[in-house]
Design a protein around this ligand. Sequence first.
Ligand SMILES: *[C@@H]1O[C@H](CO)[C@@H](O)[C@H](O)[C@H]1NC(C)=O
Ligand SMILES: *[C@@H]1O[C@H](CO)[C@@H](O)[C@H](O)[C@H]1NC(C)=O
Ligand SMILES: *[C@@H]1O[C@H](CO)[C@@H](O)[C@H](O)[C@H]1NC(C)=O
Length: 294
Amino acid sequence: MKETSLQCLLILISLLSCTTHQARLTVSPSSSQFFEGDFVSLSCEEDDSSAGWTLRRNTSRDTRAECEEWGESAGSSCNISAILLLDSGVYWCESREGPISNMVNLTVTGGSVILQSPVLPVMEGDDVTLLCKTKTTPSNLPAAFYKDGSLIRKQPTGHMTIQHVSRSDEGLYKCDISGHGESPSSWITVTDKHTTTPPPTSTPPPTSTSPPDFSCVPLSLFSLVLTVSVISSVCVLVLLVLLVLLVRRQVQRKTEWEELEMMTSRTAKAQVINNSQSEEAETLKQSQTSSTPH
Ligand SMILES: *[C@@H]1O[C@H](CO)[C@@H](O)[C@H](O)[C@H]1NC(C)=O
Ligand SMILES: *[C@@H]1O[C@H](CO)[C@@H](O)[C@H](O)[C@H]1NC(C)=O
Ligand SMILES: *[C@@H]1O[C@H](CO)[C@@H](O)[C@H](O)[C@H]1NC(C)=O
């Protein structure tokens, strides 16, 4: 029971910290694909610098590795002066309290073509421009664009704009420049205009004591308010039940004690009565025996 209420408190605190401290990971230049040797700057844009955001990554080589292990760190930014194939992976910002930012997939290619697509999820209704680039030549060569493996468009200048994106535009994109080769594939995520990314992931099982780990992807105000109110009402309910149980136990203990006290005093009284009765009987007996002639 104590554990449950503690958990509730932790969830509330982390939810509050989600709303007050948020970070967004940005990539510059804005691309999720890079050529080997490119300069890349990553940065945790925070609304509260006291939260202490750490840039971490998972690659095929390392897990939850901090910037110090793979880049040049200064404040909340981290630079990779010459990115390597092994730097391909998922990057995110994480605060000491647990909440994490959006995640970004970076893909580094040893080939000569990349697709520059939005690093962050795009909002439904927005226009999205894709750029197919070669390493050596200016980026105005004709390019073919593919979505989920099928050719969608051929563009003479290597640019392609998708106007008013919808959920159906979400998918895995790549491009091809004849004579130079094909780019790696990257996901384009389209988010709903009203509700952004889905609310926090799983809550830990009630038996676990580890603090809840919420991803602080921007929530819509509505779902945030809903989540907070649901969780706080559950917390209040649990605390109330706990209080009632506590009071009941106290009352029970008290009545038990009173009963015990009453019983002991009763037996004591009875004993006193018994004692006096037996004394009376004794004196009666004595007087009887003394008065009875032989
Ligand atoms: C990073 O890797 C660890 C260990 O494999 C995993 O638990 C964690 O979920 C990964 N994080 C991301 C953001 O992929
Ligand atoms: C990282 O690069 C940015 C942009 O080029 C620069 O302003 C910043 O000082 C660099 N930071 C470090 C730690 O080198
Ligand atoms: C990153 O890439 C993996 C594998 O390609 C994919 O499953 C995941 O959804 C991507 N994550 C993001 C944030 O794009």
